[in-house]
Design a protein around this ligand. Structure first.
Ligand SMILES: *Cc1c(COP(=O)(O)O)cnc(C)c1O
Length: 214
């Protein structure tokens, strides 16, 4: 699977109209991103700030391209994330929210964000536990340079994701009206159909579009 299959791979996913497809281009060269762009795709996801920025700079002539940060955001990369990305999907603490809010304030930007939920209570995982969500939602309300749009999760790798997607949908429905959320980001190459069936409306797909990563 190479660059010549990218447009076809996107079509084959058959993502419904109401679902946003983020093409996850981490560890893939700009030529792959350009190929997807030229076939009409605009939304791209990256995990590593230092790998993403050179690509974002190279492609900055593509005015309507959108960059979504989906990796773990380190404190010392917050300013760069604020500057180069159009959405940050992995806010999981008040401290990180504050830092990003300040960085966005300095450049007069209002950043769309998602809160990452550690839906399976995994020890090693990023994301907040469900029980702490309300507190973070309330806190973010006071941050003028962040615009909360919704929730995201990465369920455990080796398990059936369906129960976790269901739980995410319940959480999302519980808070979406009070906190004005419209995005539920869940589903990757191996499970996006299940995520969409369970109510996800943003999927993040890498391998099935760009091929395996080395
Ligand atoms: C890498 C990654 C994806 C894409 O995974 P694939 O299995 O290649 O589709 C989606 N979301 C996050 C957070 C990722 O890190």
């Amino acid at each position: 699977m190479g660059i010549e299959n990218i447009a076809e791979n996107i079509n084959k996913l058959k993502i419904p109209q109401n679902v946003t497809l983020i093409a996850v281009s981490k560890k893939k060269p700009v030529e792959f991103i350009e190929e997807a762009y030229n076939s009409g795709h605009r939304d791209f996801g990256e995990n590593y700030i230092q790998d993403a920025i050179p690509k974002i700079i190279k492609l900055k002539h593509l005015k309507d391209i959108k960059w979504y940060f989906i990796g773990h955001l380190q404190s010392n990369k917050v300013k760069l994330a604020a500057q180069y990305f159009d959405m940050i999907q992995t806010i999981d603490s008040k401290k990180l929210a504050n830092k990003l809010n300040n960085a966005c304030g300095e450049i007069n930007k209002v950043m769309p964000i998602l809160i990452e939920i550690n839906i399976a209570f995994e020890q090693s995982k990023e994301g907040i536990k469900q029980e702490n969500l309300l507190d973070l939602l309330e806190h973010i309300k006071s941050l003028k340079n962040l615009k909360l749009r919704g929730l995201m999760c990465i369920p455990p790798y080796e398990e059936n994701p369906e129960p976790y997607f269901k739980e995410m949908k319940i959480l999302f429905d519980k808070y979406k009206i009070d906190y004005n959320m419209d995005i539920l980001s869940m589903g990757m190459s191996g499970d996006y159909n299940i995520a969409i069936a369970e109510g996800g409306n943003m999927v993040r797909i890498g391998t099935a579009i760009f091929g395996k990563r080395v």
